[in-house]
Design a protein around this ligand. Structure first.
Ligand code: NAI
Length: 256
């Protein structure tokens, strides 16, 4: 593997204004990809793209809500206009809402499914045709360990993430003849705004990693860069025969 394996390739990363998505965007850019950062946080997306450009990469930002059909179509058109047809698509945008099934509001259920699962479907729908034409593509969808190891109170989130795994398998089969792969990376407890919001500060996160419900035997809080490494691996040209798989990056938390 060269140091810039994605040279000449265009990539789209959703939810890349912060956290895991930003780390993925940086990693692909460092590998030579021209990256379009898609996020509903337009300012954050602009700031992220500026940071990538400052580091010498080609990058642009598009403000879009991944659950909205027209916005996704526009985002893909703008990315393609800027850098050409995407060779790499990373569906990372996601949100979390919890609660027992009798308590969870219907609006929250709909929102989580719309952003996490519909968003993934819409980007695949709009990007796959160009990949088919190019006879090349790498799709990496971000699920969660929660898709497989489901604790109480995680209904919509777990269902959306399990849905991503199932959708990815379906897509992988559909595009296999076209030299396109589709895989899932399932992060364990990772230090981002999402988990800081759920668990509190760094210390609480560390406690959760050591002794909480989703503890891992390494007793570590995973960093966004560790997830980005797994995504970059699956996005490599030479990962061509890995498809339909789920790669858990969870410090051994559980072993499906
Ligand atoms: P984060 O909250 O730091 O970043 C999520 C990004 O997605 C934000 O920039 C946000 O503006 C964007 N976003 C949210 N809704 C959107 C929408 N409708 N359209 C466009 N962009 C939208 O969260 P984090 O932790 O970086 O999460 C990234 C992905 O990793 C999510 O899919 C999450 O479910 C998944 N994940 C995270 C874990 C963790 O421990 N942090 C564990 C397992 C999975």
């Amino acid at each position: 593997m060269g140091t810039r394996p994605f040279e000449g390739q265009a990539a789209i990363v959703t939810g890349a204004a912060s956290g895991i998505g930003l780390a993925i965007a940086k990693r692909l850019a460092a590998g030579g990809a021209a990256v379009t950062i898609v996020d509903q946080n337009g300012e954050g997306a602009e700031a992220a793209a500026a940071e990538l450009r400052k580091a010498g990469a080609r990058a642009c930002a598009v403000q879009a809500d991944v659950s909205k059909s027209a916005e996704v179509r526009d985002a893909v058109a703008r990315a393609t206009g800027e850098f050409g047809a995407p060779a790499i698509l990373v569906n990372n945008a996601g949100i979390s809402r919890g609660g027992r099934v009798q308590d969870i509001a219907e609006e929250d259920w709909d929102l989580v499914l719309a952003v996490n699962l519909r968003g993934c479907y819409l980007f695949c729908k709009n990007v796959v045709p160009a990949m088919v034409e190019a006879r090349y593509g790498r799709i990496v969808n971000i699920a969660s360990g929660t898709a497989v190891r489901v604790g109480p109170g995680s209904g919509p989130y777990a269902a959306s993430k399990a849905g991503i795994i199932a959708l990815t398998k379906s897509v992988a089969g559909e595009v296999a003849r076209m030299r396109i792969t589709a895989n899932v990376v399932a992060p364990g407890l990772t230090d981002t705004a999402m988990t800081r919001g759920q668990f509190g500060d760094e210390e609480r996160l560390q406690q959760e990693a050591s002794a909480g419900r989703i503890a891992n035997p390494m007793r570590v809080v995973i960093q966004p860069e560790d997830i980005a490494s797994a995504v970059a691996f699956l996005a490599l040209p030479e990962s061509r025969y890995i498809t339909g798989q789920t790669l858990h990056v969870n410090a051994g938390s559980f072993m499906p």
